[in-house]
Design a binder for this molecule. Structure first.
Ligand code: NAP
Ligand code: MG
Length: 515
């Protein structure tokens, strides 16, 4: 990403503020590139503080004076589902764009990522039909009353997403916020903003939402993003990204006591129990690790293997990983594409050096693939380290690339202790044929999601989020929707007689003629 004046025939995208597309102040733009080739893909507006001010003002006005927060929940549900239907027609286009922009293999975007995003949007529409009234028990203390909780939209929401899994990230930010009647200023990552921009264009073209309900600002996180988060007229911040930036956002939001939900990094365990079906467990653990070249927050990057099976599992993993085809993301035969950027690859390669220095054994990979196909892109071979010590940096830090740490354990208690010995707590998977045992282990993992005999399966009905430094709050499911609401308790008094009121006994002077 580089800031430069807009002067070429590349597709160019503006900011979307108050229902209209426009250039950023001073026509500032940055260039978005294709990780596979380094080629420029588009020019995107880079929002200044003044632009962010306008986007926040539009969202504020749409919330404070517009119809959206008061649109009945079943109408909002209908709109979200209409939108999901319109997007479905554009799924192939979105899949290709996501592959070009993020370097994600077209097989993944076509068969999982885009359909999953659309399924999520449908589900949020369905969840939006949930009544915002929550009845409470009748009470007669101190007097007869009927009470209920009324869920209001939270307000103006700043939403920031990372570059990985970008389309789904955009849907799982916008969907729940809109379902519950909020207005939004949304900022995608500068490294892969294009499917987010396409999504906002489709929202705009649909004409389904009132002006100012969704606003899009693009630009560097440290400037555009940070200013957005600090804005006094933003009520809630929903952020997905690194733990480091999440920590900063929480402190920036503190002076205004904004509500903050954070979906952050991970170092999720994948535990093979001694009775696991190795054909499935090995493939599944590799899927958990290498999907999106390891650039997924809930990737199972630490694999715990019983000592009795260790050599066999390593042998199987290495053999299977050798079969992965690293290559052009647009080729449907490709299993693993490039990393998002050269900078990201440099960072991952530093961890590979570190792993060697820490004494882990490199069983496979560790280098850049060679050949003309790979010269222009940020490619890296899938890499497996064995005999990794769980206290090493290789096992403790989020690498966000295709580097697997395989760790040996002697008994299941030790596996649980090691799995939980992490500053993160996003997800984990357990591989076993003994469901009772697997459930016992699942209940002892300090993570927001546990899969038994699977990994990466995101269920929009289920809450998703992290323990410890993996975040705070939940997204998706009813829990995720509730994060976008504030509860108002409404108390309806049924004590008709003035003398029976609490205030009669507690404060007011008696009146003679009361019965
Ligand atoms: P990042 O560097 O933290 O950036 C995430 C987003 O925040 C981007 O839009 C970025 O903008 C913006 N940003 C950067 N600095 C900011 C600041 N000071 N104030 C406000 N916004 C700022 O993370 P990333 O490298 O894009 O994404 C990878 C990370 O996301 C990994 O740690 C991964 O685990 C995490 N992740 C978590 C989940 C989850 O659900 N828990 C899901 C996916 C990813 P620019 O890119 O434009 O600079
Ligand atoms: Mg890109």
């Amino acid at each position: 990403m580089a800031l430069e004046p807009s002067n070429s025939d590349l597709p160019s995208h503006g900011l979307y503020i108050n229902g209209a597309w426009r250039d950023a102040e001073g026509e500032r733009t940055f260039t978005v590139t294709e990780p596979a080739t380094g080629a420029a893909l588009a020019r995107v507006a880079s929002a200044s503080r003044a632009d962010v001010d306008q986007a926040v003002a539009a969202a504020r006005a749409a919330f404070d004076h517009g119809p959206w927060p008061h649109t009945p929940y079943y109408e909002r549900a209908k709109i979200l589902q209409q939108l999901a239907k319109l997007l479905e027609e554009r799924a192939p286009e979105l899949a290709e764009l996501e592959s070009r922009d993020g370097g994600v293999p077209l097989r993944a975007t076509t068969f999982n990522d885009i359909p999953l995003g659309l399924h999520m949007l449908h589900t949020f529409g369905e969840l939006a039909r949930r009544s915002p009234y929550e009845p409470l028990p009748w009470t007669d203390f101190p007097t007869l009353a009927w009470s209920f909780v009324w869920r209001q939209p939270y307000g103006v929401c700043a939403q920031i997403i990372p570059w990985n899994f970008a389309f789904c990230m955009a849907i799982w930010k916008l969907g729940p916020a809109l379902a519950t009647g909020n207005t939004v200023i949304f900022k995608p990552s500068s490294l892969a903003p294009l499917t987010s921009i396409a999504l906002v264009k489709m929202i705009d073209e649909s004409g389904l939402l009132p002006r100012g309900v969704v606003n899009l600002v693009t630009g560097p996180g440290g400037e555009t993003g940070e200013y957005l988060v600090s804005h006094p007229n933003v009520d809630k911040v929903a952020f997905t990204g690194s733990t480091e930036v999440g920590r900063k956002i929480m402190s920036i939001a503190a002076p205004h006591l904004k509500k903050v939900t954070l979906e952050l990094g991970g170092k999720s365990p994948s535990i093979l129990l001694p009775d696991a079906d190795l054909d499935k467990a090995v493939d599944g653990a590799l899927f958990g690790m290498f999907y999106h070249a390891g650039q997924l927050c809930e990737a199972g990057t630490r694999c715990f293997v019983p000592a009795s099976l260790y050599d066999e599992v390593i042998e199987r993993m290495v053999a299977r990983t050798r079969q992965f085809r690293v290559g052009d993301p647009l080729d449907l035969a490709t299993d693993i594409g490039p990393l998002i950027s050269f900078k990201q690859r440099d960072s991952v390669e530093r961890y590979i050096q570190l792993g060697r220095a820490e004494g882990a054994q490199l069983a496979l990979g560790g280098a850049r693939p060679s050949g003309p196909l790979y010269d222009q892109g940020s490619y890296l071979e899938p890499t497996i380290f064995t005999h990794v010590n769980n206290t090493s940096r290789l096992a403790q830090e989020e690498i966000f690339g295709p580097v697997f740490a395989v760790i040996r354990y002697d008994d299941i208690g030790e596996a649980i202790t090691l799995a939980n010995d992490s500053r993160y707590g996003l997800a984990g998977s357990i591989w076993s044929q003994d469901y009772q045992l697997a459930l016992e282990v699942a209940r002892r993992l300090r993570t927001g999601t546990v899969w038994i005999n699977d990994h990466h399966v995101l269920n929009p009905y289920a809450p998703f989020g992290g323990f410890k430094e993996s975040g705070t709050g939940r997204e998706m499911g009813v829990a995720g929707l509730l994060e976008y609401t504030q509860a108002t308790h409404i108390h309806v008094d049924f004590q008709q007689n003035r003398a029976g009121k609490l205030w009669w006994d507690a404060l007011l002077p008696p009146v003679d003629d009361e019965g």
